[in-house]
Write a protein that binds this ligand. Structure first.
Ligand code: KG4
Ligand code: ZN
Length: 343
């Protein structure tokens, strides 16, 4: 039996979790700073670092308490190394180092982006990752910072088939929400309002990209121009069409994501599909993937709702696979801002 303590501090969530044997979530505690950043319209890195500093100790203590375990029983400490905001990562990483050193536990630096994929295989879906028939697995990772199609091989090696050449999908939703005056982060608000709107009410630009890449900047411009022109004629346009605008924007983003996912699944003849990252919380995307999967005979894996956005359970699971291979980090491991430096 192995118990991994996961710690996450890459952005605006301070999180800790205890996971048994790589899939059983004994506790998953998240302290969100969203309200603190919302007044600034986005995440302020230095503010995030300060908040992590305050929250880390109680969150880690809470995760241990909730799991009913002591530090003594923990096999290893897994912590987000990156990608993320350097000041924020530094706080979590330093905390984890201190904890590891003080308690004589191995430390494991984890790739946050890859960890999101593990988030789709917690609790009930466990066992899938151990089954060789699952591979190659195709994963669409969609968050506030990333939009990538990943091919995961049986030996755990991950290859990026495509990624966004400009904004991430979550960023496009957040920016769209900002233009509509919906506050930060916009993803969840758009999701809620979209349920009352007509997804076909407005048409926005679809990108023309090569291979399996994504692009959302054309859509953003097209959304902006639609609003600008309509508001010039009718100052109340946004208020009167809010739900339709949200539904149409979300629908376009989901269409763009699914189109590339389907193309890659066909090209590589893959039937095991995972969707993960903050935007996998989106009901339009979740329904779209399941529906597409039903039509095409895929097995689809989406994270349980609470493991879609940043959490430490996914960090602990990713850490577990390093742990199995005795793949530990030294105490001088440093934070990494960009995904390229970790792959
Ligand atoms: O994975 P995540 O928590 O943080 C990063 O690693 O980036 O993703 C955050 C992103 C934000 O852009 C947020 O707007 C989006 O996930 N998001 C959603 C929903 N919930 C969070 N987007 C659409 N629909 C949602 N329900
Ligand atoms: Zn994330």
């Amino acid at each position: 039996m192995s118990l991994i303590l996961g710690i996450e501090s890459s952005c605006d969530e301070t999180a800790a979790a205890v996971v048994r044997d790589g899939y059983q979530v004994l506790s998953s505690c998240v302290a969100s700073q969203i309200a603190k950043h919302a007044v600034h319209g986005g995440v302020v890195p230095e503010l995030a670092a300060r908040e992590h500093l305050v929250a880390l100790n109680p969150v880690v203590e809470g995760a241990l308490r909730e799991a009913g375990v002591t530090m003594k029983e923990i096999g290893a400490i897994a912590v987000t190394q990156g990608p993320g905001l350097i000041p924020a990562l530094l706080v979590g990483l330093s905390f984890a180092k201190g904890l590891a050193m003080g308690n004589g536990k191995p430390l494991i630096g984890v790739n946050h982006f890859i960890a999101h994929i593990y988030g789709a295989f917690l609790d009930e879906a466990h066992g899938v990752l151990e089954n060789p028939a699952t591979y190659p697995l195709l994963a669409l990772v969609v968050s506030g910072g990333h939009t990538s199609l990943m091919l995961i091989e049986r030996d755990g090696k991950a290859r990026q088939l495509g990624c966004t050449i400009d904004d991430a999908a979550g960023e496009a939703l957040d920016k769209g929400a900002k233009l509509l005056g919906l506050g930060y982060p916009g993803g969840p608000v758009i999701d809620r309002l979209a349920r009352e709107g007509d997804p076909e009410a407005f048409r926005f630009a679809h990108p023309h990209v090569d291979g399996f890449d994504f692009s959302f900047s054309g859509l953003k411009t097209s959304f902006l121009y639609t609003l600008r022109d309509a508001v010039a004629d009718d100052p109340d346009f946004i208020d009167r069409h809010k739900a339709d605008l949200c539904a149409s924007l979300q629908h376009t983003i989901v269409e763009i994501l699914l189109k590339q996912l389907v193309r890659a699944a066909k090209e590589y003849d893959i039937r095991d599909i995972a969707v993960a990252g903050g935007v996998s919380a989106n009901s339009g995307l979740r329904n779209g993937v399941v529906e597409e999967g039903r039509r095409r005979g895929w097995r689809t894996f989406v994270p349980e709702f609470r493991f879609t956005t940043d959490n430490a359970a996914m960090i602990a699971v990713a850490g577990y696979y390093h742990y199995l291979h005795g793949d530990f980090s030294s105490l001088d491991v440093s934070p990494v801002a960009r995904i390229e430096e970790l792959m």
